[in-house]
Design a protein around this ligand. Structure first.
Ligand SMILES: Cc1cc2nc3c(=O)[nH]c(=O)nc-3n(C[C@H](O)[C@H](O)[C@H](O)COP(=O)(O)O)c2cc1C
Length: 178
């Protein structure tokens, strides 16, 4: 499978089969996160893997989408803001590092026939409390993973994405208002 085929295979899975994810596959997904690049190679991320049902149920209370309970594994992606790179103007690159690692994981999951979905619309403070994290660690995203029980819309890249000419600018930015 080419990279583009894999990128197009991934979709946000919001329904999962009642089937655990093999540990070997979870480890591959975490390895994909480990090798992701980070600003100045500071590697400010931590990954809390929740498989225990009680823990998953606890963390599911931080998010309105009840479908998350179907996922047999949820990876809580955390950033250590005392370790992430800050540009001279103060911009903290922790979220960018997290986004790259999460994307690596979603793509590795897709290659293994697994589904995943970025979840950022959760109560991060509540999640932080439930996981008893130190103050310099932020819970950035939840990544539920499992075998998909739904299927992707096959036309989504044509119907649900902007067209190339709406987002790509050759040599000069043209404001299309989009
Ligand atoms: C940063 C980010 C945050 C997201 N947060 C959520 C979320 O909280 N809940 C959810 O159901 N989907 C969430 N998504 C998934 C997007 O809705 C989804 O990626 C987008 O609609 C495109 O669909 P696709 O992933 O199936 O290609 C998030 C995606 C990204 C990149």
């Amino acid at each position: 499978m080419s990279f583009l085929e894999l990128a197009k295979r991934r979709y946000s899975t919001r329904s999962f089969k009642n089937k655990p994810v093999e540990e070997e596959k979870l480890r591959k997904i975490l390895e994909a996160a480990r090798v992701a690049p980070s600003a100045v190679n500071y590697q400010p991320l931590h990954f809390i893997v929740l498989q225990n049902k009680n823990m998953r149920e606890k963390i599911a209370t931080t998010y309105a989408g009840k479908w998350i309970l179907e996922a047999p594994a949820v990876i809580v992606v955390c950033g250590n803001h005392s370790k992430s790179w800050r540009r001279a103007d103060g911009k903290d690159h922790c979220d960018i590092d997290a986004a790259i690692a999460i994307d690596h994981m979603t793509l590795q999951a897709a290659e293994l026939g697994l589904g995943s979905c970025w979840v950022c619309a959760f109560n991060s403070m509540q999640c932080h409390r439930l996981l008893e994290l130190p103050s310099h660690i932020e819970t950035i995203a939840l990544l539920p993973i499992g075998y998909p029980a739904d299927t992707a819309d096959p036309d989504r890249h044509e119907t649900k994405r902007k067209k190339t000419n709406e987002i790509v600018h050759w040599d000069k930015f043209t404001d299309t208002g989009l």
